[in-house]
Design a protein around this ligand. Structure first.
Ligand SMILES: Nc1nc2c(ncn2[C@@H]2O[C@H](COP(=O)(O)OP(=O)(O)OP(=O)(O)O)[C@@H](O)[C@H]2O)c(=O)[nH]1
Ligand SMILES: [Mg+2]
Length: 408
């Protein structure tokens, strides 16, 4: 069984382009519209990180991905994305669509906060002239809404929980991690939040409401977050993005989800050659373009690709996975000389695993039996044997050798 796919939640104010980002990244069909609350239910789809494929480094002519795909030497490895209905200030009190659907990000490993960097929508998501609304203000109240949502989950039955922990003498860190595992909060996150709140070593029963709030503030920070400064194609976005980069404590990636969606559609229709994440595209057949299509493509080239280097959608996903979640890519194979699996497929699997994963842990991800009967691994690039504690490096190609079993 391959490692669980990472889940990235797309969160933000209503009418900022979350569904457009989702549609561009997954090529799924979802409703998009310039008014508040178009999306009513969360949906999950498959997007991809983009990385140079190891088949290029190994001098192989091609590879055979079992999932995802490889385009001109770029390997696209699946990650899950969740498109979530939009928020407005007061969502935690039920305003707009409320915040029940934030439950969709409970299991999210990281969040891309999609923000209208052009300020073209007011706090309630109504269209206004670009430049009218401050995206930094948007980020600040979104943080508050996320925190209120988490608080409502954490404080539920708190007194009884605190009492139980104190009477059973359970380790509070373990108890909290257990209690919050549904928020994909781990022991490490709990420790960081306790430290942030200055509550290390304090009895849970002695916490005041204020203490609990500070703890939740710390917890919110444990959900890694990146800002997609969307609508970056509009001229009003430029100064806002500069300010956001200066003032916000999150990575800020300028994006034009609308441009990415248009480019992917044009590529799929065979009108242009464009690999998601590229800094330019190539028109394949001038004669098939309407003048309107040509103008739209020119607009994207001038206002997005030349200005920002790419549409930013791929960069936002890549940085979320590789920087915020600190994942690396490893390629398990069964034949360390041919770089194939048992069926002769070249480099079929590209696993996203946390940095620090060992050879033995990788074996377990492939198959529990393989983990149990692990003997040693072979680094297929160097043909060297490595032991169970070998820490995998980004781009490693690894063969696992196990006892008895034929597999490996
Ligand atoms: N200029 C510009 N407009 C965009 C961009 N991305 C999305 N839009 C437009 O913004 C509007 C809202 O897009 P959606 O993707 O439906 O927004 P949403 O955040 O999913 O909104 P709700 O689901 O209603 O909360 C649409 O008119 C999109 O065409 C962008 O990068 N640039
Ligand atoms: Mg939507």
């Amino acid at each position: 069984m391959p490692p669980p796919e990472r889940l990235i939640g797309l969160v933000g104010k209503t009418n900022v382009g979350k569904s457009t980002f989702f549609a561009a990244a997954t090529m799924a069909t979802v409703e998009i519209g310039n008014r508040p609350f178009v999306t009513l239910e969360p949906s999950v789809g498959v997007g991809y990180v983009r990385k140079r494929c190891v088949h290029v480094e190994l001098g192989l002519p091609r590879c055979d991905p079992a999932s995802g795909f490889c385009l001109e030497g770029w390997r696209f490895i699946p990650v899950k994305l969740a498109d979530i209905p939009g928020l407005i200030p007061g969502a935690h009190e039920g305003k707009g669509l409320g915040n029940q659907f934030l439950d969709a990000i409970r299991r999210a490993d990281a969040v891309i906060l999609v923000v209208d960097a052009a300020g073209a929508t007011d706090a309630a998501g109504n269209p206004v002239p670009p430049g009218s609304y401050d995206p930094i203000e948007e980020v600040r109240w979104l943080e508050r809404e996320l925190e209120e949502w988490m608080y409502s989950i954490v404080q539920k039955d708190w007194d009884r929980f605190a009492m139980k922990v104190s009477t059973t003498g359970e380790n509070p860190v373990d108890a909290l991690a257990q209690r919050l595992s549904g928020l994909s909060v781990t022991r490490r996150h709990v420790e960081a939040a306790l430290k942030y709140a200055g509550l290390e070593g304090r009895q849970l029963t002695s916490w005041s409401r204020e203490d609990l709030r500070r703890f939740v503030a710390g917890l919110r920070r444990s959900k890694p977050m990146l800002i997609a400064a969307n609508k970056a194609d509009l001229p009003e976005a430029e100064d806002n993005i500069k300010r956001m980069r200066r003032e916000l404590e999150y990575p800020v990636v300028p994006t034009s989800a609308a441009a990415e969606l248009a480019l992917r559609k044009a590529a799929r229709a065979g009108l242009i050659r464009y690999i998601p994440g590229d800094s330019d595209f190539e028109i394949l057949d001038e004669s098939r373009l309407t003048s309107q299509q040509r103008r739209a493509l020119e607009y994207i080239r001038e206002n997005v690709l030349r200005r920002w280097g790419s549409t930013g959608v791929q960069e936002a996903i890549n940085r979320t996975v590789f920087e915020l979640l600190d994942m690396i890519v490893v390629y398990p194979v069964e034949d360390a000389n041919k770089f194939t699996d048992g069926r002769g497929r070249v480099l079929p699997d590209a696993y996203l695993v946390p940095r620090g994963t060992t050879a033995r842990q990788l074996a377990y991800m492939i198959h529990t039996d393989l983990g149990r009967t692990f003997l040693y691994a072979v680094n297929a690039k160097t043909k060297q044997r490595v032991g169970e504690d070998y820490v995998l490096q980004d781009g490693d190609v690894i063969k696992i050798v196990a006892a008895a079993a034929k597999r490996g």
